[in-house]
Write a protein that binds this ligand. Sequence first.
Ligand SMILES: Nc1ncnc2c1ncn2[C@@H]1O[C@H](COP(=O)(O)OP(=O)(O)OP(=O)(O)O)[C@@H](O)[C@H]1O
Ligand SMILES: Cc1ncc(COP(=O)(O)O)c(N)n1
Length: 273
Amino acid sequence: MRTCNILSIAGSDPSGGAGIQADLKTFSALGGYGMAVVTALTAQSTAGVAGVQEVPAEFVGSQLETLLNDARVDAVKIGMLANTGVIRAVVKALDAYELPCVVLDPVMVAKSGDRLLSPDAIDAVRTELVPRADLITPNLPEAAELLGENERHDLSSMREQAERLVELGATRVLLKGGHLSGQSSTDLLVTPDGLTETFSAERIATRNTHGTGCTLSSAIATLRPQRRNFSEAVREAKDYLTEALRHADELDAGRGKGPVHHFHRLWAAGERA
Ligand SMILES: Nc1ncnc2c1ncn2[C@@H]1O[C@H](COP(=O)(O)OP(=O)(O)OP(=O)(O)O)[C@@H](O)[C@H]1O
Ligand SMILES: Cc1ncc(COP(=O)(O)O)c(N)n1
């Protein structure tokens, strides 16, 4: 099978834990060829975000146009978009190039609490991006924000919120339960035909969870073209992420919430610990 080209449209995280750096590591680890269009530079470490320099929307558009006039893309992962102008540039490219397999991680706030999306851009995410994605992967606060509702922390309310996100126009929703408590970390996949699938994994006891959402959405984007359906891709992506979390404490990338470990040499060799 030919290697799939996976495009990340996201912000840069110099600490390597989240954003395009995490996305590119994930693409490679899972057998994809990674490409990246940068939407924003962050000054960031495991301790948090010290500053954000947004890339002008026209230049995001220019990066996309230059790349997409040349390269075939098999799947797209969208992460930090910063503002409405950048969202519109991305929407224009999604439509013009009819990009396949769009996985949208609607990044709003970093684990450190710093904002990565301007509050006035949430409406554009909801109305312009969500309906264009094949899968959206909100965490609990992002789902609540998109719906204009309170955050819910139990599985049955999560299911209801995921269903309302489908009513909002999302083709599929993977509502992530990383912010729940308990022994397992459970995500729900809801599709337009009303089917709900539960993906549960052991909750790893670590403070090093920086970039879990970026890693999961990138793994799904990489695996979907290589698998029969989203369900298979999500299952394997979650396994990959759980292994990356299991090995996170082996890294020494800073003193705050550290990154997950893209353990790709062993993973690629099929030698999971
Ligand atoms: N401690 C943990 N152990 C196992 N899985 C976890 C843990 N924390 C999060 N996850 C899983 O990581 C994925 C991302 O979930 P989470 O809800 O943390 O997303 P997120 O908040 O968007 O992540 P990010 O902070 O990177 O944006 C989900 O599959 C979730 O179940
Ligand atoms: C550039 C960029 N994109 C996404 C995240 C979210 O990741 P996290 O919530 O783990 O901080 C981040 N911190 N930085």
